[in-house]
Design a protein around this ligand. Structure first.
Ligand SMILES: *Cc1c(COP(=O)(O)O)cnc(C)c1O
Length: 554
């Protein structure tokens, strides 16, 4: 009956083709999936039959409700497994299967706010981007704490900041495996600060999206879980466990949760979760993973992932890429390669660094191919650098400044200052330098990352910081001629050169003679006679000496 009704609504041939093409594209892209921490290996086909039913886990997984097509039994078992993995005190933790790490963080900070309505949230510069948004949703006051260069929260800065705000209860959002560098914040150190400053009311949420499924399976992990004193934790399910649908779990102390429970008559249960209707398939997937791969399987898989990280580090470092990782993390950080490489391999970048994450699906063959790709484009080939247009492009480094390069007549100063002012960002310092008929502007702003985003949007900059560049030089040149100005990051040198054939080749030759290796070269702007080029080098000081008065900004 039901299927008869549906057969009237078959797809057209064209649409069938569209799906087939999409399927092929996905298959291809999945071969080049190195940059994001999502395990691509799973087989949930025995569960496909459950896709026929409108399953829904609405309501509290621990309480009976009126919607019976649910997987609450499986959900509770999954939560039980994660309670063990996080060393939660038996019977004292509550939780549910979320739509992902972000929802778990939202829930954890929501709980914290209910418990400490006047609290201030402290989180590090390296915290996940979702934290900012969640804080705004919840209307929480917050202070960002500096990160150390290894990606962990700088506890000296935290201590100083907490000392100043001793009258307000702290809510700490610690990261257990930062997104970019895989760093784990020092939970014990944070609790010591609470103790030293006699801060008796506090809340500690752990964002363990990836780390929460790695640390339980390695020897001597840093402290990170309920045993170390956290109050709640969020772990992603689609990252290390692997799932075709994003998911995660959040766990929190039961006595805290009881304070915000609300009864809802319509569904006949307590409304304790952030979402109303909730995915009922993902608890089944997670349950299936833990009943097939299981704890013993992950105990093998995760050390294998770390070995694969070491393989990547070894081979990247043969190319002088400065690759490293934390001992407890499968995130490999290395010098940002050219855009063609980061695009092809879906590598996330931040300033001058990129990372790859050796999830279970990553093979030595893929690493070898990545390394070959980096090798192929790495040294700027002097022979092809006869004129600027023949040069490959790349975005270099990170820094505190934003640099804009453009034609003088583009009203760059008016546009930029208006855009930033309307977003409430103040310009703290500004330098403008004239080059031929062009203009180089250096800005120091109160919020650099947001400013870059805003400049990207407002100024319609085709090639801007953090965005991928077209590798094809013709295409790059075309885009360059279309855009008026572009933002670049601040740690590379901006150099003024004569725009004529051979100038850059000469410069490259000099660098080579002086044994200064150039990481990237990028043509930012060209006028009638002059051009501005961004050069990134592993020895910026020596490069600066060599270039002397041709350096515009550094
Ligand atoms: C991925 C990630 C998140 C977000 O998790 P989603 O499951 O993508 O919502 C949050 N925090 C950290 C540290 C992450 O790596």
């Amino acid at each position: 009956m039901r299927s008869q009704w549906l057969s009237e609504f078959a797809l057209s041939e064209k649409d069938e083709q569209r799906l087939d093409n999409f399927y092929r594209d996905i298959q291809q892209e999945s071969e080049l999936f190195l940059g994001y921490p999502c395990n691509g290996i799973f087989d949930y086909s025995p569960l496909y039959r459950f896709l026929q039913y409108p399953l829904n886990n609405v309501g509290d997984p621990y309480l009976p409700g009126n919607y019976h097509l649910n997987t609450h039994d499986f959900e509770r078992e999954v939560l039980g497994i994660f309670q063990q993995l996080t060393q939660a005190p038996e019977g004292n933790t509550w939780g549910y299967v979320t739509n992902g790490g972000t929802e778990g963080n939202h829930y954890g900070l929501f709980l914290a706010r209910e418990l400490l309505p006047n609290g201030i949230v402290y989180y590090s510069q390296d915290a996940h981007y979702s934290i900012d948004k969640i804080l705004r949703c919840l209307g929480l006051n917050s202070i960002m704490i500096r990160s150390s260069s290894d990606g962990t929260m700088d506890l000296d800065d935290l201590r100083e900041t907490l000392r100043i705000h001793r009258d307000v209860p702290p809510i700490i959002c610690a990261t257990i495996g930062t997104t970019m560098k895989g760093a784990v914040d020092d939970i014990v150190g944070i609790r010591e600060i609470f103790h030293d400053l006699a801060l008796n009311h506090h809340y500690l949420h752990a964002d363990a999206a990836l780390g929460g499924m790695i640390l339980p399976f390695i020897d001597n992990p840093p402290p990170w879980n309920f045993l170390s004193g956290i109050d709640s934790i969020s772990i992603s399910g689609h990252k290390m466990v692997g799932s075709p649908i994003p998911c995660g779990v959040v766990l929190a102390k039961k006595r805290n949760v009881d304070r915000i429970a609300q009864s809802v008559e319509y569904i006949g249960t307590l409304d304790t979760t952030l979402s109303g209707s909730r995915n009922a398939l993902t608890p089944l997937f997670l349950w299936y993973a833990f009943h097939t791969v299981g704890i013993s399987g992950f105990k093998k898989i995760i050390p294998d992932c770390l070995q694969m990280s070491d393989y990547a580090i070894k081979h990247l470092n043969q190319l002088d890429c400065h690759a490293w990782r934390h001992s407890y993390s499968n995130t490999v950080v290395f010098d940002r390669p050219l855009a063609s490489v980061t695009q092809r391999w879906q590598l996330a970048c931040q300033g001058g660094i990129s990372h790859l994450i050796t999830m279970p699906h990553v093979t030595t063959i893929q690493i070898d191919r990545l390394v070959d790709d980096i090798k192929a484009v790495k040294p700027v080939p002097v022979s092809t650098c006869d004129s600027f247009t023949a040069c490959e492009t790349a975005i270099g480094g990170s820094g505190q400044d934003i640099i804009l390069v453009g034609n003088e007549d583009t009203n760059i100063l008016t546009d930029v200052s208006a855009a930033l002012a309307s977003a409430g960002i103040s310009i703290e310092d500004l330098t403008a330098i004239k080059v031929g008929e062009g203009n180089v502007v250096k800005l120091k702003v109160s919020d650099r990352d947001r400013s870059l985003k805003i400049l990207n949007q407002t100024l319609d900059i085709g090639r801007c910081y953090g965005q991928s560049l077209p590798f094809d030089t013709n295409e790059a040149t075309q885009i360059l001629s279309r855009v008026d100005y572009q933002a670049v990051s601040g740690d590379a040198l901006l150099v003024e050169l004569e725009d004529k054939a051979g100038t850059l080749a000469m410069l490259m030759k000099q660098c080579r003679e002086q044994q200064i290796s150039i990481r990237s070269v990028r043509l930012l702007w060209r006028g009638k006679e002059k051009a501005v080029v961004e050069l990134a080098s592993s020895e910026p000081e020596r490069l600066k000496e060599l270039l002397a008065d041709r350096v515009l900004v550094n």
